[in-house]
Design a protein around this ligand. Sequence first.
Ligand code: ADP
Length: 283
Amino acid sequence: MNKSEVKLVDENGVRLDGRRLDELRPIKMDVGVLDKADGSAYIEHGKNRIIAAVYGPREAHPKHIALADRAVIKCRYHMAPFSVEERKSPAPSRRELELSKVIRESLETSIMSEVYPRTSIDIFIEILQSDGGSRCAGITAASLALADAGVPLKEIVAACAVCKIDGKIALDASDIEDKQGDADLPIAFMPKSGVITLLQMDGSLTEEEFNQALDMALQRARRSTRIKLRRSSGSTSQSRNRLRRDTNLRRQKPDVDNPATATDRQDRTERHRRSPNKGTKDR
Ligand code: ADP
């Protein structure tokens, strides 16, 4: 189909899938969906189906990658061969390598990595089905998986793409809008502080359109943070306990005279001592 033949917005401002310009696709999120990972989340965003899993904080491997003052964050964004219409090679493409890097950077801003020096935190984002905006949905899912793993976060990172279709700025581009539209602007940010952690642009926008797109994404993401999360029944109590323990760690200043904090630290040291190599291979 020729790009110019496709009408993405009708005269009433309604899009091909029936949405208004400022409307998101239906979103469903779930955390603690995997038993083996330290933290996990599943997101359905439109037809995107994405699983995110987190291991860590765990001993950095190989040891030379360890940082003395903070945890090393690693991230892999990967599309399953069956995630798009034509089988995709399972080998990582340049696009996936680039997305892994920018997603890692966007999440790193929110992680209090200084709490776990010499450790690594591994984030895996697996796109089971892709429908445009997969990096944004992947970021949101990964941030939830980090929280589920008990990794201390400044804030959850939320992400959404804004696009320009038929000359109009619209929220949350679907696959066809992403491909046939004039511009695509994925944005990730921390809703409370307003810190933008990822901003990319494909296509071109005027300054006015750019500001309109940014406002639209930020306003909508703020509203979306009021969503309620439903924890899956299969979630492990381990990740819940870690979340509680890490929340306590953040609230209390490290103090050897404080028995609660001392116990938390002993707990953690003991866990690393007992299984120093637990999960050091990429799985
Ligand atoms: P995002 O998914 O973050 O919007 P892109 O803008 O690069 O990322 O991709 C837009 C859409 O193009 C994807 O969501 C996916 O549906 C499709 N796509 C990406 N890579 C491939 C591929 N290798 N084969 C087929 N479709 C792809």
